[in-house]
Design a protein around this ligand. Structure first.
Ligand code: 5GP
Ligand code: ZN
Length: 128
């Protein structure tokens, strides 16, 4: 592993140094249940390498970025929401309330969600 931050909780989960309920793992990424779920299905997908956020991705990380998305599809299948639908969210920076500085995708599903994803008028697509 070329990038590891000893102070990063997600680096420790990726390395197996602290436990998490794993859903999926390969040589690039690991997916595990969020400790504080906000939906019936709430899984985090992270690269094994420490990258602070989406804003820190470079063209050298193309493989990692692709693997996060491919793992999201895998997690959707494993958690039974592939057909019912799911949302993949990257919180990025202060306005998004990103709280862990290791890039992660939230996969959310198992319920009908609102849009937009913040307080305000919800839009139900297909309805007036
Ligand atoms: P963020 O707010 O950065 O987009 O999301 C961080 C997510 O990580 C939160 O939903 C939070 O519940 C989750 N989280 C923080 N620490 C841990 C942990 O130690 N284990 C697990 N499984 N999830 C965590
Ligand atoms: Zn990290």
């Amino acid at each position: 592993m070329s990038r590891y931050d000893p102070d990063c909780i997600f680096c420790k989960i990726a390395a197996g140094h602290i436990p998490a309920k794993l859903v999926y793992k390969n040589e690039h990424v690991v997916a595990f249940h969020d400790v504080n779920p906000v939906a019936p299905v709430h899984v985090l997908i992270i690269p094994l390498e420490h990258i602070p956020s989406l804003s820190h991705l470079t063209p050298d990380d193309t493989g990692i970025a692709a693997n996060i998305l491919l793992a999201a599809r895998m997690v959707a299948e494993k958690t039974g929401v592939l057909d019912s639908g799911y949302r993949v969210v990257f919180n990025n920076g202060p306005d998004s309330l990103q709280s862990v500085g290791h890039i992660h995708a939230h996969l959310l599903g198992g319920k009908t969600m609102g849009w937009p994803p913040f307080p305000g008028r919800e839009v139900l697509h297909g309805q007036d």
